[in-house]
Design a binder for this molecule. Structure first.
Ligand code: GDP
Length: 195
């Protein structure tokens, strides 16, 4: 897609009602600090529209970015930040659950995992949760520029095993630094949303 306009249209907090939107949506989930804001900015060709985390885990909102009045790119709040209280974690869970269950426009969910590390228990839980809600997440393996090229396949394999991915699940190595993977992700989104 050629990006003409992007704007942060809707910010949905734990006490807000989820919006009844008209445009198709794709959502992005991942542990805080995984590189989700950097990915979203790269997809939208913006330097800093999505906030990169100076204080990870603070933002407990679902952010809806309107792209060209054609779709919403939905930024789910990052999980796994140790310093938030149990009650905040529970509210966070309810917010995401509500969104995954209720959104009528959600066409695909992308789950971000740092390619350098084995998936955490929280990553596995998130993956299972997305599957449980009827979606087959597409995995984005972030920060691939931090690995030697010869190491990438080994890490992709470990990630597949760690998450126990369903057969046929796509794993896309991505780097916000080099933009590797950006075109592939847009191709998937274009196919899902507009074909
Ligand atoms: P978020 O908490 O998931 O939104 O993560 P951010 O996008 O804020 O990124 C967390 C940290 O990782 C920041 O210091 C980023 O500069 C860094 N980062 C994000 N993506 C990449 C990447 O593709 N390559 C490298 N080398 N660093 C990255």
């Amino acid at each position: 897609m050629i990006i003409k306009n992007v704007s942060l249209d809707i910010v949905c907090g734990i006490t807000s009602t989820l919006p009844d939107t008209e445009l198709p949506e794709v959502a992005f989930a991942g542990k805080s600090n995984v590189g989700k804001s950097s990915l979203i900015n790269a997809l939208m060709n913006r330097k800093a529209l999505a906030r990169t985390s100076a204080s990870p885990g603070k933002t407990q909102t679902i952010n809806f970015y309107n792209i060209n009045d054609a779709m919403y790119l939905v930024d789910l709040p990052g999980y796994g930040y140790a310093k938030v209280s149990q009650s905040v974690k529970e509210q966070w869970g309810k917010l995401i659950e509500r969104y995954l269950q209720k959104s009528k426009q959600l066409k695909a969910v992308f789950l971000l995992i740092d390619i350098r590390h084995d998936p955490s228990a929280n990553d596995k839980m998130m993956y299972d949760w997305i599957v449980h809600n009827g979606y087959q997440p597409i995995i984005i393996a972030t920060k691939v520029d931090k690995l030697k090229r010869s190491q990438v396949q080994k890490h992709v394999k470990a990630l597949k095993q760690g998450l126990e991915l369903l057969a046929g699940t796509q794993v896309i190595p991505f780097s916000a630094e080099t933009k590797q993977g950006r075109e592939e992700i847009w191709k998937i989104m274009d196919e899902l949303l507009f074909e």
